[in-house]
Ligand binder design. Structure first.
Ligand SMILES: [Zn+2]
Length: 105
């Protein structure tokens, strides 16, 4: 799948891209990014020809080019994947897992 789609985990709209080879990665992987451009993101996306969306990591050595747009990788915002990428919780908010653990004590 390439192009607009939905996250299979949280069902939010994403844009499926194919990663380009990077300095440390072979590329060719499927990477979903949030559909709306995000200046805080670290992933540059562009169209490869007329069909496929491709993405790459923006670095100091390879900054954003004029023909690219900056997006946030969906894994950074996906609610279903927060156990893999824990976000800081507001004060007073208890993680559900912690509450369960306490109840079983
Ligand atoms: Zn998701």
């Amino acid at each position: 799948m390439n192009g607009p789609g939905f996250c299979p985990d949280c069902h939010r709209p994403v844009l499926w891209t194919r990663t380009l080879p990077g300095a440390t990665t072979a590329g060719g992987k499927r990477l979903p990014v949030d559909r709306a451009p995000d200046p805080a993101g670290n992933t540059a996306i562009r169209r490869d020809g007329t069909t496929a969306w491709v993405s790459r990591r923006v670095t100091d050595q390879q900054p954003l080019m004029g023909y690219e747009r900056l997006h946030m990788p969906h894994a950074a915002t996906c609610r279903a994947q927060q156990t893999q990428l824990p976000l800081p919780l507001p004060k007073g908010v208890v993680r559900l897992d912690d509450r369960r653990r306490n109840r079983n004590r």
